[in-house]
Design a protein around this ligand. Structure first.
Ligand code: GDP
Length: 295
């Protein structure tokens, strides 16, 4: 995960580690390398620039030039700033409401259906939760079948209505079904398209208005870097979602989406997907991620 970024940051900071004392020029050179590493990771230019500016101010403010181990101090400052950039503290799901309604949004192929299954499985394993999965992709029968396969695999009921082409009606019927059958969490998987378009946005926004979910989650493929961030912005403008799900981190060597998305949409990354299997789900902890990136 993010190996390229880790290697480059390690190299950039390594230079300072060997020095007993350093100059402002050493700091400036190191930060130039840090900025280059972030840009190579597909972090937005402005974010990378602001990041190194903040790190520089903190480094000089904490007397990095006269400290005994400037390299260590710089690593700590960079780590703390990365943690802040990725969201600070971890944020959980809002599971109030009976049932708690979770609406999944995102482009086709982002990993929505897979993640819906992973989340249902994760909640089911908490014992107090009895989730219901809902198939609301009315355009692709294969997507409905896919959710049924996932549901069978994890032993979670899937609600669908193949002849019905109204996703609002399907979601409402699913919620009624959940109430009648003791499901305390409803996870609604919606249709995505290959790119952001008005019809998709109107549809998801109509579902959102009709069912008023406790959690609206935006699912995005981590490997798409700045595109992921732009897509997040488009969905957030319409849905004002509550959190981001970053999938396919197992294949992401760069890390740009993970690093920039929070500061662009000001919404926390809540979970990550780290593989195709149902167990490949983790709560996102910014500090742990920063630790991993900086080794
Ligand atoms: P949807 O169109 O948004 O519902 O996307 P899918 O759930 O069908 O996922 C698209 C593809 O990405 C599938 O082949 C999934 O197995 C794969 N996928 C989803 N999440 C992950 C993940 O975290 N890691 C990896 N490696 N593959 C994933």
């Amino acid at each position: 995960m993010f190996n390229n970024l880790s290697d480059k940051l390690d190299k950039a900071l390594h230079v300072l580690k060997g020095h007993g004392s350093i100059t402002e020029v050493n700091v400036a050179e190191t930060l130039k390398e840090v900025r280059r590493a972030l840009l190579d990771a597909d972090v937005n230019f402005k974010i990378a620039k602001q990041f190194t500016k903040t790190v520089k101010e903190k480094a000089l403010g904490q007397d990095v030039l006269t400290t005994l181990q400037p390299g260590q101090l710089m690593v700590k400052i960079v780590k703390d700033e990365l943690t802040q950039l990725m969201g600070g503290d971890a944020e959980g799901l809002n599971l109030s409401g009976t049932p708690s309604i979770i609406l999944m949004s995102g482009l086709q192929g982002s990993g929505k259906t897979t993640f819906s299954g992973k989340l249902a499985n994760y909640l089911k394993n908490k014992k107090t939760k009895k989730p219901l999965l809902v198939a609301c992709d009315v355009y692709r029968p294969a997507a409905i079948d896919q959710l049924h396969v996932v549901g069978e695999q994890i032993g979670v009921e899937v609600f669908s209505d193949k002849g019905n082409n109204d996703p609002v009606a399907i979601s409402q019927a699913a919620i009624a079904h959940a109430k009648a059958n003791g499901h305390n969490v409803v996870i609604i998987d919606t249709a995505g398209r290959l790119a952001v378009d008005a019809a998709m946005m109107t549809e998801i926004s109509n579902i959102h208005k009709a069912i008023q979910p406790q959690e609206t989650l935006f699912v995005v493929d981590s490997m798409t870097g700045q595109d992921a961030v732009n897509t997040a912005k488009a969905f957030n403008d319409v849905l004002n979602f509550d959190g981001v799900i970053l999938t396919k981190l197992d294949g992401d060597t760069r890390g740009g989406a993970a690093i920039s998305i929070k500061s662009v949409v000001d919404k926390p990354i809540k979970f990550i997907g780290t593989g195709e299997k149902m167990e490949a789900i983790d709560v996102f902890y910014p500090s742990r991620m920063a630790d991993r990136i900086l080794g």
